[in-house]
Design a protein around this ligand. Sequence first.
Ligand SMILES: NC(=O)c1ccc[n+]([C@@H]2O[C@H](COP(=O)([O-])OP(=O)(O)OC[C@H]3O[C@@H](n4cnc5c(N)ncnc54)[C@H](O)[C@@H]3O)[C@@H](O)[C@H]2O)c1
Length: 253
Amino acid sequence: MTSKLFKRTAVVTGAGSGIGRAIAARFALEGATVAVLDLNIEAAQATVEQIMESGGTGFAVEVDVSDGDSVAAAAQRTIEELDRIDILVNNAGILDGYAPLLDTSEELWDRIIGVDLKSFFLVTKSFLPTMLDGGGGTVVNMASIAGLVARGGGVAYTSAKHGAIGFTKQMAADYGKQGIRVNAICPGAVETGMTKAILEEGEAAVIESINAVPAGRHAQPEEIANLALFLASDDSAFVHGAAYVIDGGWTIV
Ligand SMILES: NC(=O)c1ccc[n+]([C@@H]2O[C@H](COP(=O)([O-])OP(=O)(O)OC[C@H]3O[C@@H](n4cnc5c(N)ncnc54)[C@H](O)[C@@H]3O)[C@@H](O)[C@H]2O)c1
């Protein structure tokens, strides 16, 4: 174990799979006690087992990040267990099937905005008072290149991820002086539960276009966890309100 997060506490949403699981595991390896929040409690528990097997500490909490009552209950349970919150990673998210406007129902729009944007408001509002009471902390929001350009999702996902970056900037402006640093991560294609079907069984042309970036490949979740660690730790002490692109060069070509 190294110690970039020695004795810190972290909450990671959507930590039962993919990027969230990799972040939770990495933070635990760096010494943090990690609250593993997910809609899928079995998946969250599997992440906790992985953390324990590598000598770390964590516990699982069931939550629907798009539901205010569920978030309030999960926050209460988490705060009782941890006492203090140093790091919050708003990571849970779902894709919209790349649907353009005329293929987007009101139900799909509400679901995507609920899980991918409203959740940032609900979850951060539930944990921020405890972070402020503890003297400050860091919030890392999982946006996407879909928060910057119109190539990473459909209209609902792209709108939500652009909103996630706006939320990040406003939060950083409002709470920076009180010791809260808020930053966003904008990944390109990462091999996770969200993208597995496309990357493994998608049409050759789609896979080729995903990998036709300067890096020549898609990312593994652990590569995104490295950036999350930087943004959560004191290494990024002067970084406020930034949206870090980690896309193998996707958005520069
Ligand atoms: N995989 C990519 O290529 C990619 C690229 C850019 C951004 N992202 C973003 O990264 C984040 C993580 O995605 P991933 O690729 O690891 O996906 P994933 O599907 O592997 O993991 C998402 C996790 O979120 C959980 N979740 C879904 N809805 C939830 C809800 N309502 N409440 C609580 N938990 C919920 C799922 O159970 C799952 O464990 C998302 O915000 C996604 O938009 C992913």
